[in-house]
Design a protein around this ligand. Structure first.
Ligand code: CMP
Length: 139
């Protein structure tokens, strides 16, 4: 089925000038960009986004990292978009990511892993709505 998913190009990748490279990998994979913006999250926004991880030992560092610089958030659409985008990103830890994936190409370590993608249909809906109003999505 045609699905929407949510993507973040994270601060490590934006900082290194990799926005265009990563967007090219995304669009070359067949995913369509339905909405996109560059933002610099404040702490409350990042904590809310990663609320599911708040008991994890890495939560504090994760939030510090996600607010350390601007990110590019987007809503992507395509056949089986959620799973296809996760495959395109590769494993969370770039050291384990398959060749040809975004994280294998550009990820630095398990935290500075260059991109985020929704992990399922429910989170995809919640995450798109956390950053985009309906009138910010085309089509
Ligand atoms: P993401 O897919 O955005 O989901 C949670 C993020 O936490 C993850 O990518 C990484 O950027 C970060 N992170 C840092 N340490 C860990 C860890 N040990 N396990 C999983 N995620 C981690």
């Amino acid at each position: 089925a045609i699905e929407k998913t949510f993507s973040i190009i994270k601060p490590d990748a934006v900082e290194r000038g990799l926005i265009a490279e990563i967007l090219k990998m995304i669009t070359d994979s067949g995913l369509k960009i339905k909405g996109m913006k560059m933002i610099h999250m404040d702490r409350a926004k990042a904590e809310g986004f990663y609320a599911v991880h708040k008991e994890r030992p890495f939560f504090g560092e994760l939030v510090d990292y996600m607010i350390s610089g601007p990110v590019v958030v987007s809503c992507l659409e395509g056949e089986n978009a959620i799973e296809n985008y996760r495959k395109l990103m590769g494993a969370t830890n770039p050291a384990n990511a398959e060749e040809g994936t975004i994280r294998a190409a550009y990820g630095i370590d398990i935290q500075n892993n260059s991109c985020h993608g929704s992990d399922g249909p429910d989170t995809a809906k919640t995450e798109v709505a956390y950053f985009f109003n309906d009138d910010e999505l085309v089509g």
